[in-house]
Design a protein around this ligand. Structure first.
Ligand code: IMP
Ligand code: MG
Length: 177
């Protein structure tokens, strides 16, 4: 895919306002309880930073995972595994997974199944952009920033071939035809 232009989908202020609302919802739900917040690298790193700085502790611990899925280009496939697993144990803990995008659902279906098997006390998912119409396996987001029906987006942590992650807003890639 050759990139013709980037078209803004969510602006910086819009994202910051929505993330603040999500943090308020999350704070209201956990109400200061012991919580492990998990960042799914790399795409969620910026969202994760903005979200976690608004969480009310004092019982918040953070950790990171990185996943890979095979046979993929811009879309996911059914075979997902860890490149980097958690360092913390989630057994008996409330766990909030923070992900950039849920698309087909394979990545989060894998991760949530893993954490459930480790007997997390509760397991919830916060996703910045939910492409629900593209789901191939059922994954439910407990906290959703934005709903999007299609298109490939970059910026605010999201990449196309490792580029554009540093942009403070989110853009759709318009390919050359
Ligand atoms: P899933 O396993 O198909 O749900 O894939 C989700 C992952 O695919 C996300 O965590 C992203 O890393 C990536 N992804 C899906 N759609 C996009 C997109 O529009 N831009 C950038 N990455 C995407
Ligand atoms: Mg991702």
């Amino acid at each position: 895919m050759r990139v013709k232009e980037l078209r803004q989908v969510y602006g910086e202020e819009q994202i910051q306002a929505r993330v603040a609302e999500m943090a308020a919802e999350i704070n209201a739900l956990y109400n200061g309880e012991d919580l492990v917040v998990v960042c799914v690298l790399k795409g969620a790193f910026m969202f994760f930073g903005d979200l976690t700085r608004r969480l009310q502790g004092p019982q918040v611990e953070i950790d990171f995972v990185r996943l890979t899925s095979y046979g993929r280009s811009a879309a996911s496939s059914g075979t997902v595994s860890f490149v980097k697993d958690l360092e913390l144990s989630v057994a008996g803990r409330h766990v909030l997974v923070v992900e950039d995008i849920v698309d087909t659902g394979y990545s989060m279906e894998f991760l949530l199944r893993q954490f459930a098997a480790r007997e997390a006390k509760s397991l919830r998912l916060a996703v910045l952009v939910d492409k629900q119409e593209r789901r191939e396996v059922p994954v439910h987001a407990d906290f959703t920033g934005f709903a999007l029906s299609g298109g490939f987006i970059v910026g605010y942590g999201l990449d196309y071939a490792e580029r554009y992650r540093e942009l403070p807003a989110i853009f759709e890639i318009i390919p050359e035809d």
